[in-house]
Design a protein around this ligand. Sequence first.
Ligand code: ZN
Length: 328
Amino acid sequence: MVSGFRILPRSLLGGLLLAGLLALILACSADVSAQQRKLRVVTTVSMLADAARAIGGDRLDVSSLLGEGVDPHTYRPTRADIARLSAADLVIANGLHLEAQLNETLKLLGKTKTILFAAEKIPDGRLLADEEYPDRKDPHVWMDPELWKLVAVAIRDTLIERDAPGRAAYEKGAQVYTAELDRIHNYSRELLTAVPKESRVLVTAHDAFNYFGRAYDFEVEGIQGLSTESEAGLKRIESLVQLVAARKVNAVFVESSVPERNVRALVEGADARKHKLAIGGVLYSDALGAPGTYEGTVIGMLDHNVTTIARAFGVETPARGMQGKLNQ
Ligand SMILES: [Zn+2]
């Protein structure tokens, strides 16, 4: 009924125009607020949240699903997690099977939104094989600052794709972050070369430290396999006891996201053979320390780990780490 339009009273016609104009204004302001609204980034592990915050600064609203001391290998998403992931503008996961129980959820979400599997952007040739599953790669890439720099670059590039006006900010953020990673890498190299080569064996609760071992020339032995889901066998404990005794290794380490019982079993086993083995400290493996603390950042985590390890091997270290910020 186009002709009916002609007989509409003038006041109604004016009203329609006004409503149209109003709709247009609202649409524009919605656009503006979308531009001003921070990009909502949800990461799986806290190490990725740290990188995103460092790179994106004020432009992002970053949160991590897994907090302090949570084991990503066994973590199952809750309903609330799925809601948070669904509401995100960008999801950043590590990938390489680190978040094994989240894989299905992430795959489904990937059909409708951008999901960056950041560690999978590292060239294959720089990754180590997973000892338990030869067709997979070791996911613990944050343990080598050189590899974590590649993760930072992947995050930077995805942020730029998603939010082009922020390019300069993201480039600057990534530059500062990677320079800090260079600094902790140099500090680590300096401390750890002081450990005699024959005793450079790092025994920890699970195999999270293979990249650390490659970067700083340590042999790494995990009491459990790469995934904390598998129980350590008595045989494994026994062969480790022989190894630490033969190599005169006097320290073994506990991890913040892994139960201590297997490490204790090793210490007791060594004790039974009259080899003195001490717990050299708690290392951060698959989760950062408390939010808001220095250990709650990747640099602080690495500083804590390397300073604790060097000290347990008898190396003189700065009292509170690379930049005097460690809490112990
Ligand atoms: Zn792990």
